[in-house]
Design a protein around this ligand. Structure first.
Ligand code: GLU
Length: 417
């Protein structure tokens, strides 16, 4: 199995192609990004020194609509990672049935080392560097790892200055006061929670008896934990990049959230501390990797005891680990489906910006629930009827939809004489 992230993405495409109606030409087109941009960003630091940062933006495919996907600020960003994440966005938007293609951006930086003013200058400089390649009808960024609504506000403002008109639809995940949508903040966690509710009825889960461990306590992990906890599920472990806490009796998530907000880390007091690695191997019913990619590998997959894995992070499971989990009959709700709630509400935000007509929170929740439940069922039905993994089913469904768009302009079958 390839260790390279993009090669891994392509194995998923090949697996899906076997279960999809897509013409080989469509598969061929999806093997590489439509555009992959690398920019250097010189930045004046607070102490007067100059630092050069490297940024990327990839537009993988835009057959179904403008490219869509976040921008991450992280020290381990690479060109290959951005390229892979953009590929995943194409499939994520297609599996959620959104009229978008896939994009992703990133800057190699540890934002925790920068002052707020430096982060603002970096955000604006990034937009100036990639500005001619993004826009409401071409490529629409959003938050991702270590970027947030504040950063989206600076980016939207900079883009608006560049084009000489206020352009809220260029970016999503903005503060509500600047054209953001109600319900965007918890959308990723909420979308996964709605899918858990579908699983609850399929598998007859009893919330009070169902234990959940969550690796990653950022935006997605926190909201998923809160919603599951409020619904009576037993969230027994959570962790962030520094480590985690475990209490087999169930954690009090509101308290853990308060501590995280005040101390900046997960710390439960009386609960036993655990490492991120230990958390993955806990004897729980549902495991939720909600941090970074590549945490479930061929080395630890056999030690995963959870029978259900809900991938809130992008790419947490390698293809080699997938094969091991499939043999163990573990149900993996794949990232492109499980975490598609975020981009779905981004779509609502983009729609509202273009229409200038803003929705109530209940409308956002209703429409998000409808899409999440519908697409979860569609993937689940394909998984059942074809006896393929949820992941392959999700990719195959997405590929069918991508094929409809790509092939509407013809394939060799139409043109050959
Ligand atoms: N970064 C998020 C993701 O990976 C959201 C993307 C978006 O809203 O465009 O799905």
């Amino acid at each position: 199995m390839p260790s390279d992230l993009y090669a891994q993405a392509l194995t998923r495409l090949d697996d899906a192609a076997e279960h999809s109606k897509a013409h080989p030409e469509t598969v061929q087109r999806l093997r590489q990004p439509k555009q992959l941009l690398e920019v250097s960003i010189p930045l004046r630091m607070d102490d007067g020194s100059l630092r050069i940062f490297t940024g990327y933006r990839s537009r993988h495919d835009d057959a179904r609509g403008p490219a869509k996907g976040g921008i991450r600020f992280h020290q381990s960003v690479t060109k290959n990672e951005v390229k892979s994440l953009a590929f995943w966005m194409t499939f994520k938007c297609a599996v959620a049935g959104l009229p978008f293609g896939g994009g992703k951006g990133g800057v190699i930086v540890n934002p925790k080392e920068l002052s707020l003013a430096e982060i603002e200058r970096l955000s604006r400089a990034y937009v100036r560097a990639v500005g001619r390649n993004i826009g409401p009808d071409t490529d629409v960024p959003a938050p991702d790892v270590y970027t947030n609504a504040q950063i989206m506000a600076w980016m939207m403002d900079e883009f608006s200055v560049m084009v000489g008109k206020r352009t809220p639809a260029v970016i999503t995940g903005k503060p509500v006061a600047l054209g953001g949508s109600l319900g965007r903040d918890d959308a990723t966690g909420r979308g996964a929670y709605y899918q858990l509710k579908e699983l609850e009825s399929i598998r007859d889960l009893e919330p009070a008896k169902t234990t959940i461990a969550i690796q990653g306590f950022g935006n997605a992990g926190q909201h998923f934990a809160s919603l599951a906890h409020a619904d009576g599920y037993k969230v027994v472990a959570v962790s962030d990049s520094r480590g985690g806490v475990h209490d087999p009796e169930g954690l009090d998530i509101p308290t853990i959230l308060e501590i995280k907000q005040s101390k900046g880390r997960v710390d439960g007091g009386k609960e036993t501390e655990i490492t991120n690695e230990m958390l993955l191997e806990l004897d729980v019913d549902v495991l939720v990797p909600a941090a970074l990619e590549g945490v479930i590998t061929e080395d630890n997959a056999k030690d995963i005891k959870a029978k259900i894995v809900i991938e809130l992070a992008n790419g947490p499971t390698t293809p080699a680990a997938d094969a091991i989990l499939e043999k163990a009959r573990t149900m993996v709700v794949p990232d492109i489906l499980a975490n598609s709630g975020g981009v779905t509400v981004s779509y609502f935000e983009w729609t509202q910006n273009r229409e200038g007509w803003y929705w109530k929170l209940e409308t956002v929740h209703e429409r998000l629930a409808e899409i999440m439940k519908r697409e979860f069922r569609a993937v689940y039905d394909k998984h059942e009827s074809r006896s393929i993994s949820m992941r392959t089913a999700a990719y195959a469904l997405a590929l069918d939809r991508l094929a409809d768009a790509h092939e509407a302009t013809g394939t060799k079958s139409d043109f050959a004489r």
